[in-house]
Design a protein around this ligand. Sequence first.
Ligand SMILES: Cc1cc2nc3c(=O)[nH]c(=O)nc-3n(C[C@H](O)[C@H](O)[C@H](O)COP(=O)(O)O)c2cc1C
Length: 230
Amino acid sequence: MPDSTPTDELYPLAERLPDELPADPMPMAKAWLDRAWAERIQPNANAMYVATVGEGGAPSLRAVLCKELVVDPGYVIFYTNLQSRKAREIEANPRVALLLHWDSWDRQVRIEGVAVQSPAAESDAYFATRSVASRIGAWASEQSRPIGSRAALMARVTRAMLELGVKLDDPEAEVPRPPTWGGFRVWAEHVELWAGQKSRVHDRARWSRTLTREGDGFACGSWSSTRLQP
Ligand SMILES: Cc1cc2nc3c(=O)[nH]c(=O)nc-3n(C[C@H](O)[C@H](O)[C@H](O)COP(=O)(O)O)c2cc1C
């Protein structure tokens, strides 16, 4: 790691946030994500960090892939094992924080909100788009649980293929979604958009709204916004 402070030249000047902040931050957050994806700004341009709260209030953090940002009513979708550490922590405390960061573009989006399991039909539809190998992997892995060796893990993959009666290289194979795998919708309650600027006088703004539980989701209040000092 260089110990000198990077010069402004190393930080390309990102576009600034508009002087008049938009009423709703989600369209801009989606535009940034879509552009990062379209320009393949980094190998996993939709990588996102998810922080959950564990026992005793201890945070834990891991990368996932942001599969969709739904502007209206304003939630973000990721998929995972529903018995993983993150899912167990969400079950006990659904408050999560998300971070999307595009380093070479000098931008980040922070979202804090409440995670709710996606409807089964939505998880089914997404699972069906995954490669056969990934679908078999979802059956084979008890994510976050200990395993004795790599060989034992591969044996679980082989056993899953036998039980499902499918092969890795069969693109037509029918592999249903395991009940232990699905999506989470993270309903946005606070959103911060950050655009890096020269001399570290960055552009930041934060939007907040209320979420009131309604059916499987939330009734959302209108957004209020403020700029923040960098
Ligand atoms: C770039 C990247 C993307 C990832 N995407 C996912 C994902 O979409 N879903 C997932 O369950 N794990 C994903 N992982 C693995 C997680 O970071 C993590 O190891 C796993 O979900 C177990 O986390 P947990 O034990 O805290 O639940 C990804 C890892 C990386 C580095």
